[in-house]
Design a protein around this ligand. Structure first.
Ligand code: SAH
Length: 238
C-alpha cells in the first residue's frame, strides 16, 4: 500500500518512490496512475475506475499471492480514506498469506493546510461528506459534535457531480454556531496541475467552485488571517 501524496512527485516520500520503483506491478485508480506515469514507466498496471475498489484490490492481492511485488497506490495516505483498510480486510480472508506493508504519504489535509498557512495548528476533525458508504445522519452528527467541540473542521469529498447538497447542508450546520466572517480555506488540486487556493469566509464559501479534488478547511473560534494566511492559535502568549 503506497501513499503517493497529494499529486506531484516532489511531495512523495523517498520510501514511496523506492517502493514503486522496486514493484513488479502497480495497481490503482486510473487518475492516480496518471499522476505517477513517469515513475511507472512500462511496468504492468492494474488500473480501474472509481467504485471498482474491491475488484482492483482483489486482483492486486492475487498477483501478490503469485509472488509478485505489487504496489496499490492511494493518493495522500493509504490509511486516510484510502485502500489500506479494504486491503487488510481482504488479505485477512485469503487462503494464502500475503505480506502487506503500508507506506504513508502526505494527506490532502496537510497539503491543503500548508498552502493555506497554519489552519490545523490545533485540534481538528476530519470529516468526509461522502454519504456513499456512510449514512448522512452519522456525517451530520459528527459535524454537529465537531462544531460543538470548537474543532477546526477539514472537509474531504465535499462535492461531486452526483452529490451536491451535502456541502450546503454542512455549511448550514456550521453557520448555526460559527460566525459568518470565520476564515475558510478552499484548496483544489493541491500539488497538481491547476492547483487553486482560496481564502474566504463561511458566508461566502459556496461562491467558490468545489469538486472531488477539493479540500475545505473551516476555522475554529481562534482562527484568524495573517496577511493571506489562515492561522489557528496554538495558545502561545505573544
Ligand atoms: N487518501 C487521501 C484521501 C482520499 S479521499 C489522502 O490521504 O489525502 C479523496 C478526497 O481527498 C478528495 O475528495 C479531496 O477532498 C481530497 N484530496 C485528495 N487529493 C487532493 C488534492 N490534491 N488537493 C485537494 N484535495 C485533495
Amino acid at each position: 500500500m503506497v501513499g503517493i501524496g497529494p499529486g506531484s512527485t516532489a511531495d512523495m516520500t523517498p520510501r514511496a518512490m523506492e517502493a514503486l520503483k522496486s514493484s513488479d506491478v502497480i495497481a490503482g485508480y486510473k487518475t492516480y496512475l496518471r499522476l505517477i506515469k513517469d515513475v511507472i514507466g512500462d511496468k504492468p498496471v492494474l488500473s480501474s475506475g472509481m467504485g471498482e475498489e474491491r475488484q482492483r484490490c482483489e486482483a492486486a492481492l492475487e498477483e501478490a499471492a503469485k509472488g509478485k511485488v505489487v504496489s496499490i497506490v492511494s493518493s495522500g495516505d493509504p490509511g486516510v480514506y484510502g485502500m489500506a483498510g479494504l486491503v487488510l480486510e481482504l488479505a485477512g480472508n485469503m487462503e494464502y498469506e500475503v505480506p502487506v506493508e503500508i507506506i504513508p504519504g502526505v494527506p490532502a489535509s496537510c497539503a491543503a493546510s500548508a498552502l493555506l498557512g497554519a489552519p490545523i495548528m490545533h485540534d481538528h476533525a476530519v470529516i468526509s461528506l461522502s454519504d456513499l458508504l456512510t449514512p448522512w445522519e452519522q456525517i451530520e452528527k459528527r459535524l454537529r459534535l465537531a462544531v460543538e467541540g470548537d474543532y477546526v473542521i477539514v472537509l474531504y469529498n465535499p462535492k461531486s457531480s452526483q452529490r451536491t447538497w451535502q456541502i450546503e447542508k454542512a455549511r448550514q450546520i456550521i453557520m448555526e454556531k460559527r460566525s459568518p466572517t470565520l476564515p475558510v480555506g478552499i484548496v483544489k488540486d493541491a500539488g497538481r496541475q491547476g492547483q487553486e487556493v482560496v481564502v474566504t469566509t463561511l458566508a461566502d464559501m459556496l461562491k467558490h467552485p468545489t469538486d472531488m479534488t477539493t479540500t475545505i478547511i473551516i476555522g475554529n473560534s481562534t482562527t484568524f488571517l495573517s496577511g493571506n494566511f489562515m492561522v489557528t492559535k496554538r495558545g502561545y502568549k505573544l
